[in-house]
Design a protein around this ligand. Structure first.
Ligand code: ADP
Ligand code: MG
Length: 424
């Protein structure tokens, strides 16, 4: 296999200098000394990228993606291991890197393209094409300090592709462009790929990885955690993210339930609008003849869960207590989006599927969903128990929330189960 980039056992560390001493004594004893802390940001990275391959680099913030691209660009050097690169590299790293704020767009084109290896003559010949691709119009004669981040990106991308690179490295910058320009970039990248160029792209847009790349690499805490087909790697990464989110949400709920809400978790809960029963006094009403004691979400194994994937099963568990014996009890649930679109509601009376006339004491009622077809977002649940004639026992509106994730990019609120068929 002929490769264009070979990352051979590369590790990279960064030093943090800090003069923060933790105690007064430390400060006195270490006066004037800086404390040096070293962190290994990349650890034993092995990556052979074949000529003509398009690789999507994914991973959470801080996982080392940008550092790896900078090593491939040779603006950073590994502390261990080796890097081999064959061909002319053009890279689109942090926005504005390499631009001089006081220079005009045109002046920056000359500066940048010459750094990337073009002669003045070559740039003269390409100038028109670069400006036209950037769609900057008259702004090309303005200093770039007045550019928006989208305009910066347009200029940087146009220059990066103009040098006819063998290898194109792109960090997360495409996202700042509007969608029309983004599509134009994607088309351009595909065109370069069609010409056999090697591409490494960092993005949080999974669909872009699937559209452009024939390989994906997931970097986690400076290590390669998965390397394979975009679909497989992204599925694995998404399922990891959804597990992390789930753990976080459950942790928040546990803190909530113990009423030991710290400021930080309170902020998270407010953002997600999750809550326990008590903190939703405003949106709770009813005479409590039958009381909703607790509500939680679980999977079909009855494991506690707050983050679901579209299409997964979900159980809503409603713990109740009958305080006054009564008949004709009706339980209901309602689902709202985070911006208060009421999506679906039903109750045991409408459904006629369960007879709950003479309940006593405490118990748990389960609302079971085989396939939860909401699209990604945070949803708020209403839970209610009332008499068949409407007498409210306990109503909790928007009191519980859960989150939905998905790796498919259909849009809207719910997925309609469907298929496509070509006829005739
Ligand atoms: N020049 C630097 N000096 C010290 N630490 C750095 C430097 N650049 C990046 N880091 C640290 O390295 C880690 C990985 O950063 P980065 O490669 O930018 O991750 P990503 O692009 O995946 O978000 C982060 O913890 C970041 O703070
Ligand atoms: Mg980065």
């Amino acid at each position: 296999m002929s490769y264009s980039i070979k990352v051979d056992n590369v590790s990279k560390k960064f030093r943090h200098y800090t003069d923060k001493q933790s105690t007064l004594k430390d400060r006195v004893l270490n006066f004037g000394k800086q404390v040096i802390k070293e962190d290994w940001i990349l650890r034993d990275i092995n990556l052979e990228i074949a000529e003509g391959q398009a690789v999507g680099l994914v991973g959470r913030n801080g996982s080392g993606k940008s550092t790896l691209l900078k090593i491939m660009t040779k603006i950073l050097f590994p502390d261990k291991g080796m890097l081999d690169v064959f061909g002319r590299v053009s890279s689109l790293l942090e926005l504005g890197a390499g631009f001089h704020p006081e220079f005009t767009g045109i002046e920056n084109i000359y500066m940048n393209a010459s750094i990337l290896g073009l002669s003045k003559k070559e740039i003269d010949a390409k100038l028109k094409e670069i400006i036209s691709f950037s769609e900057l119009g008259e702004y090309i004669n303005q200093p770039v300090r007045i550019y928006s981040s989208g305009m910066y990106m347009r200029l940087a991308f146009s220059v990066a592709i103009s040098v006819d690179p063998d290898i194109l490295l792109i960090d997360e910058v495409l996202a700042v462009g509007d969608s029309a320009f983004q599509n134009k970039c994607i088309e351009k990248i595909k065109e370069l790929k069609g010409k056999g160029k090697t591409i490494v792209i960092v993005t949080h847009d999974n669909s872009m990885v699937e559209k452009i790349c024939d390989r994906a690499v997931w970097l986690h805490n400076g290590k390669i955690t998965a390397d394979g087909s975009p679909r497989d790697v992204i599925m694995e990464y998404m399922s990891f993210l959804s597990g992390e989110e789930n753990k976080r949400l459950i942790a928040v709920q546990e803190v909530d339930n113990s009423n030991a809400t710290t400021v930080e978790t309170k902020q998270i809960t407010e953002t997600l609008e999750t809550s326990n029963v008590e903190s939703f006094k405003d949106t709770r009403f009813g005479n409590k003849k039958v009381e909703i004691v607790d509500v939680w979400f679980s999977d079909n194994q009855d494991e506690l869960k707050k983050n679901f994937n579209t299409g997964e099963s979900m159980n809503i568990n409603i713990k109740y207590r009958v305080n006054h014996k009564t008949d004709s009890i009706v339980f209901g649930v309602g689902f709202n989006t985070s911006d208060n679109i009421y999506c679906y509601g039903t109750n045991t009376h409408i459904d006629r599927s369960i007879n709950i006339n003479d309940l006593q004491g405490e118990g748990t009622l389960q609302f079971k969903i085989d396939r939860l077809l909401f699209l990604p977002g945070v949803y708020k649940l209403d839970v209610a128990v009332h008499h068949e004639n409407g007498e409210p026992y306990d109503y909790l509106t928007h009191a519980y929330s859960f989150q939905v994730s998905s790796d498919i990019n259909d849009v809207g609120v719910v997925r309609l189960e469907h298929s496509w068929e070509l006829k005739g």
